[in-house]
Design a binder for this molecule. Structure first.
Ligand code: FES
Ligand code: FES
Length: 154
């Protein structure tokens, strides 16, 4: 048995140590907000936070997450109390098909934690997740808006 701490709650799972964390999160535990895209660490659809840092869960073995705090999109905010990135995403109407968006939001939240006032280049270089619908302009605008919201809160 492996114990994982996800969104503030402990889960005991009976899986191999080298199973990708993405499979455990989605298929064993049932947090399906985290998506499978490439399975090779390239697209970012599977982005989560491990101890507050963004990680691509499709290439993270479950053993690497033992004893750490894992956050998925389900644990980032709530409808009543959204994370500033979620609020900015909604206000900016970012998603098209939506498939990549939870990964984008997790990446943006991590970027803004590291750098609450990113400039255009910081956003371009920091937001490396793919979006097949091409919502990059809206994503960049929403990161800026989230940065403003965070600034207003502090
Ligand atoms: S599914 Fe993990 S990076 Fe693409
Ligand atoms: S919104 Fe469709 S892939 Fe990004």
């Amino acid at each position: 048995m492996t114990q994982l701490m996800i969104n503030g709650k402990a889960y005991d799972v009976d899986v191999e140590d080298d199973m990708p964390l993405l499979w455990v999160i989605r298929d064993v535990i049932g947090f399906t907000g985290t998506k499978f895209g490439c399975g090779m660490g390239l697209c970012g659809a599977c982005s989560i936070h491990i101890d507050g840092n963004v990680a691509r869960s499709c290439i993270t073995p479950v053993a690497a997450a033992k004893g750490k705090n894992i956050t998925t999109i389900e644990g980032l905010g709530t409808p009543d109390n959204p994370h500033p990135v979620q609020q900015a995403w909604a206000e900016s109407d970012v998603p098209q098909c939506g498939y990549c968006q939870s990964g984008q939001i997790m990446a943006a939240a991590s970027l803004l934690k590291e750098n609450p006032k990113p400039n255009e280049d910081d956003i371009k270089n920091g937001m490396t997740n793919y979006c097949r619908c091409g919502t990059y302009l809206q994503i960049h605008a929403a990161v800026k808006k989230a940065s403003d919201l965070i600034g207003d809160e502090s």
